[in-house]
Design a protein around this ligand. Structure first.
Ligand code: BGC
Length: 483
């Protein structure tokens, strides 16, 4: 049988006539490495479905599939004032959400820049910083004080095992975070202790993954939302499953939760294929993994999420420059050799350059890397950025297709958020095309559409806090029988 290899996509724009033949050969090699065919996507999705199942089994698997203890879907009638915080990679966001009870809400928010050292600082520094920001926010918006502690939904976007809704034991840091003495510990008491230290009238009611928040917030306004997804610094998805189909919960469920109840599942599928069975990893992906603070973890995330896309480009450029001696002859490569110097906005801006002579690419290389880049080099670089963005979008949708296949969804919406989804050029179109390739749709209108989500880490966290308070007031369980 003749193996034809992946079909090369058409170049978007510009001609390569001034690009030396030797460079084109190298470019074609990279195209072959980064192009993922429809058949490959289908194979990955098939394995993905079995891994989702495995994660729910008693023995478990690579994908954590964490029951989130959100057992209702929102009705839109939830009311009340809730605080929410979202600890992102670069900012801490504090949001006051007023749920209107008629599918509407109002938000007031402040953003606090996370100091650079925080990612690798100490746990006290982190939780004290959050508590201090909360104090500033409460002092500003509740100057008269509060008669009762304010309920808070804590959006913690890292894999945390939950035996109940207001607890979360961090399994491992992701997205380059590396703070000692948090892995293996419940982050809710750590946050609550700092909140008490700073005497802020706040009670942490629920710990929420950003994907679960996205799912619930989107369902608040769009009942046909089937899953919440983040394509940002990290990647992940959440959906509702039926309690009786979650074998690892059997024997641990309190008697007031019927077997046919729904349970939100935070998949943590950034860990998909940590065993390296199906993903088409390149030598660049291997290097990123080996040099990361948690080698062997988050195999899927490291190929597709925003934290890594600029780094993939940097490693390819270094390869073409240092190993192959093709680019940036006789220039100072000090900056190019600096890991993570190019964040995801770097390849995104390369793709966005509207000028035929790619003059913005030149400005970018000069300002960030101190490099002069010729027109033929810019053309190759632009093509590389397209390939990296396209691979990310196509692989990303395997998670969506897998959840659809697992739950038998044939119509509905996949609600997505995150910097890559919102800002990376052509991501939306490429993702939609990838989903069509996997699910073989012939309909004119895609039966499952990826739509922009409602703000999950603010509104979603508030709704979950409201649902939780309601359950507690009714005397219903919000965790495992022995939690
Ligand atoms: C984390 C998830 C999170 C995702 C998107 C991943 O690195 O493990 O918990 O949902 O990033 O923020």
């Amino acid at each position: 049988m003749v193996h034809l290899g992946p079909k090369r996509p058409q170049h978007r724009k510009g001609t390569f006539t001034d690009v030396p033949e030797e460079w084109m050969e190298e470019l074609h090699k990279v195209e072959d490495l980064l192009t993922v065919s429809a058949d490959k996507l289908k194979g990955i999705t098939k394995h993905f479905v079995s891994e989702l199942e495995k994660g729910l089994s008693v023995a478990g698997g690579n994908i954590p599939m964490i029951p989130a203890w959100v057992m209702e879907t929102p009705t839109g009638k939830e009311t009340g004032d809730y605080l929410a915080i979202d600890l992102g990679g670069t900012n801490l966001r504090v949001v006051l959400v007023k749920l209107g009870g008629d599918c509407t809400f109002d938000t007031t928010q402040s953003k606090f820049a996370l100091p650079g050292y925080m990612r690798t600082g100490t746990s006290d520094q982190l939780f004290d910083f959050i508590a201090e920001c909360l104090k500033k926010f409460v002092d500003e918006f509740f100057p008269e004080g509060c008669s009762e502690p304010l309920p808070l939904g804590f959006t913690f976007s890292y894999p945390a095992s939950q035996s109940k809704i207001n607890s979360g034991v961090l399994q491992r840091w992701t997205k380059g975070f590396d703070i000692d003495n948090v892995e293996g510990h419940d982050v809710v008491p750590m946050l609550q202790a700092s909140i008490e230290k700073f005497k802020v009238p706040i009670n942490v009611v629920a710990l929420i993954n950003d994907t679960t928040g996205t799912l619930v917030a989107s369902m608040y306004t769009e009942p046909e939302a089937k899953m919440g997804l983040i394509f940002g610094t990290g990647c992940n998805g959440a959906y509702y499953d039926v309690v009786k189909d979650i074998p690892k919960l059997q024997g641990k469920m309190p008697s007031d939760i019927p077997a046919d109840s729904l349970m939100a599942i935070n998949c943590e599928y950034g860990a998909f294929d940590n065993e390296h069975l199906v993903l088409p990893r390149t030598k660049y992906d291997l290097q990123i993994d080996e040099e990361s603070p948690r080698p062997g973890q988050q195999a899927f995330e490291k190929m597709i999420s925003g934290y890594y896309l600029g780094e993939v480009l940097r490693l390819i450029l270094l390869d073409l420059t240092e190993d192959k001696g093709l680019f940036f002859k006789d220039q100072d490569l000090t900056k190019l050799k600096q890991p993570f110097i190019m964040d995801t906005s770097f390849p995104a801006r390369i793709e966005e350059d509207p000028f035929e002579n790619l003059s913005e690419v030149q400005e970018l290389f000069e300002s960030v890397l101190g490099l002069q880049i010729t027109l033929p080099e810019r053309k190759v670089v632009r093509r590389l950025a397209e390939l990296i963005g396209e691979r990310s979008a196509r692989l990303s949708v395997c998670g969506i297709a897998a959840i659809c296949q697992k739950r038998g969804y044939t119509t509905g919406f996949a609600a997505a958020d995150g910097s890559v989804y919102n800002k990376y050029p052509s991501f939306k179109e490429r993702a939609a095309k990838g989903l069509r390739d996997i699910l073989d749709w012939t309909e004119k209108d895609d039966p499952i559409k990826i739509i922009p989500a409602e703000d999950g880490s603010g509104v979603g966290a508030a709704i979950i806090a409201a649902l939780t308070e309601k359950r507690i007031s009714k005397g219903l369980s919000v965790g495992m029988s022995d939690a």
